[in-house]
Design a protein around this ligand. Structure first.
Ligand SMILES: Cc1ncc(COP(=O)(O)O)c(C=O)c1O
Length: 348
């Protein structure tokens, strides 16, 4: 049985979190002389002289409207990268615990593990880029705290079989993190609706992809109240700055615009796949549920270097296990995709 108390680090269990100036009063006030801010203002048109809301109540309310998840089940991070790091810091004892990764997958899980001195057990995906459930079951030991599943997966683009993720959730006594950074582009349903079913589920999403706000750094984690409380306890007090909170709130009113971009991205993705298939140097294009495609080529380094010279940057993934010969290409605007395809026509 999963119990948060069995996997939480002792020092986090006993942690008294930082109490910010604004945490320490209740009710209405008009004179704030508690936080050593500049009371005169900011040398800008917009005023940022006050610390932001540490728990981002307004932004979370809006996210609740969109996702149907109550604020108490939402954590907001400085990008979902911060949520990833906080999961390590809250649950993994450095030098003792381990996590399971299923490469090829998003690189920050490994980097966060390294930073936190947490061992990684790699159980590679199958040739079809699906989970090796037997391998994962064998790799789990009493110090395994987290399993990261990215679905749709970066860099392969496919969704991971839902029933396999459910098998892990039902049988693993640690936390299963389902990273849905690309879910808005996917035909698959989000795991958010499984939160009531599984106490050990953390779903990550982000405003950096479909929502077009990578520069604001706002990532979301959805989980049980207990897990969210722990994450809030560990995070820096003001982890989402005021400008990001305000701008994200404004952006979240433009759902229609974002939905149009998603439709356009999917149409452009189909077009890229159809056209790229005809090039001699394209060996395979893997099915994608994301806003990028993984393309197996005869000469990834040659094509990559050629494109760089023409001012077009794609991601060379050819050194990644199971991605030999592969380039990861993000779907651009129609004009950008035209430029890419025209430039590739001249590749020899
Ligand atoms: C799978 C995955 N998760 C998380 C992130 C990071 O997102 P954020 O910008 O919210 O930190 C990325 C970014 O590329 C990603 O591909």
């Amino acid at each position: 049985m999963f119990s948060i108390n069995n996997i939480l680090r002792e020092n986090i269990k006993n942690l008294t979190p930082y109490s910010s100036a604004r945490d320490e009063y209740q009710g209405e006030a008009s004179v704030f002389l508690d936080a050593n801010e500049n009371a005169f203002g900011s040398p800008l048109e917009q005023q940022y002289n006050r610390y932001p809301d540490p728990l981002q109540a307004d932004l979370k309310r809006r996210i609740t409207d969109i996702k149907g998840v109550p604020p108490r089940n939402i954590f907001l991070g400085n990008g979902s990268d911060e949520a990833i790091d906080i999961l390590f810091r809250a649950f993994c004892n450095p030098g003792a615990d381990n996590v399971i990764l299923v490469p090829p997958t998003y690189g920050m899980y490994q980097v966060s593990a390294n930073i936190n001195d947490v061992a990684v057990k790699n159980v590679p995906l199958t040739e079809e880029f699906q989970l090796n459930l037997e391998g994962i079951a064998e790799a789990i030991d009493k110090n395994t705290k987290l399993i990261f599943i990215c679905s749709p997966n970066n860099p392969t683009g496919n969704s991971i079989n839902r029933t396999d993720i459910e098998t892990l959730l039902a049988n693993f006594n640690g936390i299963v993190v389902v990273d849905e950074a690309y879910i808005n582009f996917s035909r698959q349903k989000t795991f958010i609706q499984e939160l009531t079913e599984y106490a050990n589920l953390v779903v990550l999403q982000t405003l950096s992809k479909a929502w077009g706000l990578a520069g604001l750094r706002v990532g979301m984690a959805f989980a049980s109240e207990e897990i969210i409380e722990v994450m809030n306890k560990v995070k820096p007090p003001y982890n989402i700055n005021e400008a990001s909170q305000q701008l994200a709130l404004q952006a979240l009113a433009n759902v229609a615009q974002v939905n149009n971009w998603i439709k356009e991205t999917l149409a452009q993705r189909d077009r890229l796949v159809l056209t790229l298939k005809n090039f001699d140097f394209v060996v395979d294009i893997y099915p994608s549920d994301a806003n990028f495609i993984l393309v197996k080529t005869t000469d990834a380094n040659g094509i990559y270097n050629y494109l760089v010279k023409q001012g077009i940057i794609v991601r060379n993934r050819s050194k990644v296990e199971l991605c030999e010969g592969c380039l990861r290409i993000t779907v651009g605007t129609p004009e950008e995709n035209n430029t890419l395809l025209q430039t590739l026509q001249d590749y020899k």
